[in-house]
Every structure is written in C-alpha cells, then in structure tokens.
Design a protein around this ligand. Structure first.
Ligand SMILES: NC(=O)C1=CN([C@@H]2O[C@H](COP(=O)(O)OP(=O)(O)OC[C@H]3O[C@@H](n4cnc5c(N)ncnc54)[C@H](OP(=O)(O)O)[C@@H]3O)[C@@H](O)[C@H]2O)C=CC1
Ligand SMILES: CC(C)(CO)C(=O)C(=O)O
Length: 296
C-alpha cells in the first residue's frame, strides 16, 4: 500500500520504519527541509533492542500539494497542539483514508469536518523516541489500535493489513471508547509524574503520590463515565509495566518543551464544564502543569 505520514517525530518515524519493512511504499512528510534531506540522504535508522537497520524511506516537506499524490492511507502523527496547523492544509475532498494517532481527545470534533474516504482514530501503545532527525528508537513494544470514526467500512480490512505480527494493527469497534481508555491513563500518569519529576512506578510505591493519583483518577473517571474499578486497575497496571520509564509529559517539562496538557486535562475540564461537574483536583493539576510550562 502507499502510505503517507505527516509528522516525522518519534511515532511518525517508528511507523514509517515498520511499514516500510513490511513492504509498503512509505513517504514521510516533515516540517523542515533539513529533516527531509537528512532522511533522503542517510536513510531512516530504525533501532530495536540492540539492532539498527537503515531503511530507504522517502521524505518530503509537508505542503498542501502532497495531498494530491497517489496515497492509500495518510497517517497524522503530529502532537495535539499542532493538529490545527495540519487541518488547515487538509481542505478539500480526498478519495483515500486518513488516520489520526494522538493521545488526548480534543481533535475528535475537529476531524469530523474532513472529507476523506474514511476518517479513523487510533492509539499507540508502543514507546518510541526520536534520537535524531533520521533515527528512531523503539523503546517499548505494543499495539496500535484503530477504529472508524466515519466513512467507508471497507477500509477496516485494509488498515489491519498494514500491520503484521511483529508490528500489529488491531481494529476496534468503538474508537471513542479506546481513546477514553488511553486518556484516563494519560490524565493520571502524565501530569503527576511531570509535576513530581518521578518515574511512572513511583505513583505506586509512594503512598502520598498514590493517594493523589487516585483522587485525580476518580474525578477523571466520573467525567469520562468509565468503570472506576476496572480503569484504576488499568492505571496501576501501566504504572507497573512502565515503572522505570518517565512519561512523555515528564520529559516535555524536563526538557522545557510544550506539553499536551490542554488536550488531556484541558479536555477533561471542558467536558466537566459541559456536564456541570466540579473537578477541583483536575483543575489544580492542570494549573500546575501550565505554570511549570511557563517556568524558564
Ligand atoms: N512517543 C511515544 O512513545 C508516544 C507518543 N504518543 C502520541 O503520539 C503523538 C505524536 O507524538 P510524538 O511522535 O512523540 O511527537 P514528536 O514531537 O516526536 O513528533 C511530532 C512531529 O510532528 C511534526 N510536526 C508538527 N507540526 C507539523 C506540521 N504542521 N507539518 C508537518 N510536521 C509537523 C514535528 O516536527 P518538528 O520536529 O519540526 O517540530 C515532529 O517531528 C502525540 O499525541 C503523543 O502523545 C502516543 C504513544 C507513545
Ligand atoms: C502510558 C504512558 C503514561 C507511558 O509513560 C504514556 O503514554 C506517556 O508517557 O505518554
């Protein structure tokens, strides 16, 4: 299949590498000319465990005209706060499908306006880290789960076939439910590990952090209307599985980068306001991350 990927960061480079390895024709669309040149000149380095493979993946700068190229699927792997810039370019009617792979949920209403063969939403359960412009490290194995938001149901089989046993793509019936499940995990683990500057596992072993995590969790679960018992176990399971990892928000604050807090807890606050629910712990946690983002 012919696959385009907008956003050559950790996830974009990771899926570009694996899809290319599986025989698909991949073009990765970068923001900068420098990055496209680096990938075209030196290849894409995909690092798994201790093995590095150099792949001949094509790269181009992302601009509106690339959307009219021969594509079967276009993946969008920019961060939530760059979604609007990309959506500005996606005006028109396209006879192929688009897949959004973001944490958070604030993109859902925005992508409903798009006119593609189908619009799909997914979550990534892998860990990936961009090492340099053309080098990505696969830091944690997982699955990509994708569901149909709107459009042609025939595209479901095609999307599953892009994956393969060592890099599976799973189809899910209810993409909103799966995004909510990921959102509750990111709502608790990411901001708290970022504020406390601790590893994910510390939310389990430090009883004060654990109590704070549970207070935050309860408010988020109430807003998302998710089963509290089941999802608290999920949060704990992920803290345990990734106990020695720093969350992405922890790293963003550590390196003084912008975080995705607006599309995570900001989105929860918006939903709570619509439902007339009070969420003081969510609001305080959100304020702390926003404040730390501003700290020089
Ligand atoms: N990394 C991970 O392990 C995981 C990430 N996720 C989620 O996946 C999403 C992507 O994350 P991640 O890959 O880590 O993020 P990165 O910041 O590594 O990558 C985002 C990329 O998008 C590019 N970009 C931004 N705006 C544009 C634009 N207008 N046109 C073209 N390219 C653009 C950036 O370019 P530039 O570098 O030039 O700024 C950057 O290369 C996030 O929602 C994240 O939460 C989910 C699970 C795991
Ligand atoms: C699951 C978790 C919390 C793992 O660190 C994550 O998705 C992130 O860091 O963004």
């Amino acid at each position: 299949m012919k696959i385009g990927i907008v956003g050559a960061g950790s996830i974009g480079l990771l899926i570009a590498g694996y899809f290319h390895e599986n025989g698909h024709t991949v073009t990765i669309y970068t923001r900068s000319i420098k990055q496209a040149e680096s990938i075209n000149r030196q290849g894409l380095v995909l690092e798994k465990k201790d093995q590095k493979t150099i792949l001949n993946v094509k790269a181009k700068v992302f601009e509106q005209q690339v959307l009219f190229e021969d594509i079967d699927f276009l993946f969008i792997t920019v961060k939530q706060y760059n979604i609007d810039d990309v959506l500005d370019q996606l005006k028109g009617k396209f006879n192929y499908s688009i897949v959004f792979l973001q944490n958070g949920m604030s993109h859902i209403n925005k992508v409903k306006q798009l006119q593609f063969k189908s619009v799909m939403l997914g979550i990534v359960e892998h860990g990936a880290m961009k090492v340099s412009q053309n080098h990505v490290k696969h830091t944690g194995n997982g699955v990509i789960k994708i569901g149909l938001l709107q459009g042609d149901t025939e595209e479901i089989n095609q999307i599953v076939n892009i994956g393969y046993p060592s890099f599976p793509i799973e189809y899910v019936e209810d993409c909103i439910h799966i995004l909510k499940g990921k959102l509750i995990v990111n709502s608790v683990i990411n901001p708290l590990t970022a504020i406390f500057q601790v590893e994910n596992g510390d939310l389990l072993t430090n009883s004060f952090f654990n109590k704070t995590a549970n207070d935050l969790f309860k408010e988020v679960a109430e807003v998302l209307e998710l089963d509290k018992e089941y999802y608290w176990e999920e949060v704990k399971k992920i803290c345990e599985r990734t106990k020695h990892n720093y969350s992405s928000m922890n790293r963003d604050l550590f390196y003084k980068r912008r975080t995705e807090i607006d599309s995570i807890l900001g989105y929860i606050i918006e939903c709570a306001n619509q439902q007339c629910k009070l969420v003081p712990v969510v609001q305080t946690t959100y304020n702390m991350v926003k404040g730390l983002e501003k700290k020089k």
